[in-house]
Design a protein around this ligand. Sequence first.
Ligand code: EPZ
Length: 416
Amino acid sequence: MKYEVVGGIPLRGVVKVSGAKNSALKLMAASLLAETPCTIRNVPDITDVRTMVGVLTALGARVETPSAGTLRIDPAGLSGWEPPEHLVREMRASIQVMGPLLARFGRVRVRQPGGCDIGPRPIDLHLKGFRALGADIVEDRGFIMAVAPKLYGAEIHLDFPSVGATENIMMAASLADGTTIIRNAAREPEIVDQQNFLNRLGAMIRGAGTDTIRIVGRKALSGTEYSVLPDRVETGTFMVAIAITGGDAWIENCIPEHVQAVIAKLREAGVKITEEDSRIRVTSGGRPGAVSVRTLPYPGFPTDMHPQISALLSIARGTSVITENIFPNRFRYVEELRRMGADIRLEGRVAVIEGKERLFATDVDAPDLRGGAALVLAGLAADGVTKVGNIWHIERGYENMAGKLASLGARITRLA
Ligand code: EPZ
């Protein structure tokens, strides 16, 4: 599968943001904590969601799609405690079922996870949290087994504010005996979404969005209805798409507060941004100026927007510096962007980008999800017709990217 992108068309019009991949996947996992069905709305139609449906189904849950964008997850038949190895290998977020399974069954066995190849992604912080809650953990030949007949509330200080570890611990602690406090917790909006969802199930959690989260364990949780928050990475990706094409367009169904770090950098680069309650207007101010970016945990600049902003800075006036502080291997897109004429020098986890007046169309391959999105954006700006291969990476996390860009006037076609 490929995208064929005709470059040089300024984007105009209105585009709507989908539900957040990185929240939807976790809420799907969290629904296993309930004893009755959950209905989750605003779920994006992406491959990773389908993979998570596969994980839940294999564990014995029943997953239905009563209408587009809505999942009904009935955990009544839940019986498995070992998510399928091939799915865990395929998608790292599968390990988010560990917390719920440990809490419900007292045991869980998973393969060391896979996912995008963006650097070493250990799960030691997840395991440290489970241990603190009373689990015994054995790691053996690529598998991890956690056993805890009962979980007990504990104080846990995370060495790093890991998103996945914070969420996994929150889920397990929701059914623990006593109170858990997570310190140095991740503060991403998806954590707040998970707190809101879990509280709707009957959990007692406070503090998400700050670095200290307090969870009072409950005996049982029951189903609810909930709508996933808008995807802030998709929002940011469209912002860059409009800016890189010299366009002027609105992004709707988004939360401007969640993309402030991206807005600040785009403004610094000379892009005009107008914020309203749930929509953002992006107006290009011509060729962007160079800026420096350091990725950091939220509310810092998101690592998930690093490749896309690099694509923009490849055509900036002057020299930009990007420092990747979360995932060291997130530079695999660089080689492909260079093939399009970008001048990017790599020094460890720093990329130095000498802006060029234009990029040139050629055939490139998506190296991973966000790197793939960056190549599509580069193609929108390049002279000629770019073909982006391996778009399965992109389709893991972006709902109908080609259709949405086309609705803004882009000439992009999905080729079989
Ligand atoms: C989530 O991954 C997101 N994935 C990632 O999005 C995102 O890039 C990342 O958070 C950071 O914002 C999902 O939500 C499914 P972390 P996660 O645990 O939870 C280290 C995308 O493109 N670490 O916050 O895996 C880790 O190696 C994806 O949508 C440990 O050392 O991220 C990394 O350096 C890619 N030990 C840092 O912490 C651990 O036990 C942040 O990882 C866990 C993490």
